[in-house]
Design a protein around this ligand. Structure first.
Ligand SMILES: Nc1ncnc2c1ncn2[C@@H]1O[C@H](COP(=O)(O)OP(=O)(O)OP(=O)(O)O)[C@@H](O)[C@H]1O
Length: 415
């Protein structure tokens, strides 16, 4: 009978922090049958001998972009962090599967419309589209955009009472108005303005995103009349809630910006309802209240933006000239900061591509050996050297890494 063994419980039970069992890394588990062919037993292993190693993240390139970690997921697909290996700019990529798009009503059409629009829109407050790559073989589409830290919605959710202090709401709202003035000047109706479609760059510049349901008014159109809307229900104006066939487009964006401002300053919505029918019913009645905590100047602006009929509603230019927008608002200490990334693990929103760069440029030991051998073959005019007669100096590791860089770049998984 073999010696009695103690198996550390952390080996047996606990998958490690990287989600796999220690046995994937440590080869000590040895099943042996005793002489009677009875139960298998284990070799003794001390907990201190167990080495947890994070699984090495495999680098993946899409064109010139090195792909990093997941940033988030929307109904259309995943968004990952990337780095442009030429400009070294930090970017985000939306990865869309054609199969999934076909299942979403107007999915493909919305995405293509968004790409067409964004390609032509260059403004400080509109998310910048860097590149689009199609992979026909994988039936995937990659949309590369400027990297942003978070959505305004995420910030609101992390804030006490789900609202911003007035000076902070003012700071973001002013930028939203500037972005909308630009869009409207280009004949674009966004149609889905809401905190979830407003991103913040690291320097807190606001970026309007998600042009999937936006509409471009025809160049020679008589006015901004629109006929369709697919925006988020809580942000829709009465003319849409009432199901009108046509409505002035730009005033839809004014209304939804008014709801956004209401939400940022009160933590609530002017209209709500348990379901879309009740919500639209409430919107179409046109009765809402503004909490007493809101001062009279802001109340005046909100009433102007949430006017029931589009012709009574302010235009975005009037909004920009309103006293509340032009006024300087004193900073207060209850400033809402960017919420930490990955459930509190990373409050600095650090770049996730570093580990993948590591995979690209610092090969694992066995890879090093392969490249070392390649190096010798190159030095010997294509012949494999005999170790005992070879007097080629072993390349210094730094040199070796530099030499292998291009090889690694091309060997890494391409999409
Ligand atoms: N440019 C970006 N930079 C950084 N993160 C981004 C960027 N764009 C999107 N994200 C992140 O990816 C997540 C998914 O974004 P996406 O636009 O696909 O969906 P969504 O707008 O949140 O939802 P839906 O498309 O369902 O309305 C967002 O919640 C956000 O956290």
């Amino acid at each position: 009978m073999a010696e009695n063994v103690v198996v550390p419980t952390d080996i047996i039970l606990a998958p490690n922090e990287y989600g796999h069992s220690a046995f994937e890394h440590v080869d000590q588990l040895d099943f042996l049958n005793d002489s009677d062919g009875g139960l298998p037993f284990f070799h003794r292993v001390e907990s201190s001998e167990v080495v947890y190693q994070p699984r090495r993240k495999k680098a993946k390139m899409v064109g010139k972009y090195l792909v990093g970690d997941l940033l988030g997921e929307g109904s259309y697909g995943k968004v990952k962090e990337v780095i442009d290996t030429v400009t070294l700019c930090r970017r985000a990529v939306k990865i869309l599967k054609k199969r999934k798009l076909r299942k979403i009503p107007n999915g493909e059409q919305n995405v293509l419309r968004e790409i067409q629009l964004l390609k032509r829109l260059h403004h400080k407050h509109v998310v910048f589209l860097d590149d689009v790559i199609f992979n026909d073989e994988k039936q995937k589409m990659y949309i590369f955009m400027e990297y942003c830290v978070c959505e305004l919605q995420e910030m609101l959710e992390s804030a006490q009472d789900k609202k911003f202090p007035i000076f902070q709401a003012h700071y973001y709202f002013k930028q939203l108005v500037e972005g909308l003035i630009f869009l409207h000047s280009r004949g674009i109706v966004h149609k889905d303005i809401k905190p979830g479609n407003l991103l913040l760059a690291r320097d807190e510049t606001l970026k309007i995103t998600d042009f999937g349901v936006a509409e471009e008014i025809a160049l020679h159109a008589f006015d901004d009349t629109c006929h369709t809307s697919q925006g988020s229900p809580a942000f829709q104006p009465p003319e849409i809630a009432n199901g009108e066939d046509s409505f002035p487009g730009f005033k839809v964006d004014v209304w939804s910006s008014g709801v956004t401002l209401y939400n940022m300053t009160t933590g609530k919505y002017p209209y709500d309802g348990d379901n879309i029918y009740k919500l639209f019913n409430n919107i179409s009645k046109g009765t809402y209240t503004i909490p007493d905590s809101i001062d009279s100047v802001l109340t005046n602006l909100l009433h102007g933006m949430l006017a029931f009929t589009p012709d009574k509603r302010m235009s975005i230019e009037q909004v920009q000239l309103h006293d509340w927008v032009r006024k300087r608002h004193p900073r207060s200490l209850d400033y809402v900061k960017f919420p930490p990334f990955k459930e509190g693990l990373d409050k600095h929103h650090s770049m996730s591509v570093m580990q993948y760069l590591d995979d690209l440029h610092c090969p694992e030991e066995e890879e090093c050996d392969e490249y070392e051998e390649d190096f010798h073959i190159q030095q010997n005019n294509g012949k494999k050297p005999q170790n005992d007669v070879d007097d080629t100096p072993i390349p210094d590791p730094k040199h070796k890494k530099r030499k292998t860089k291009s090889g690694l770049l091309s060997s890494c998984k391409q999409s």
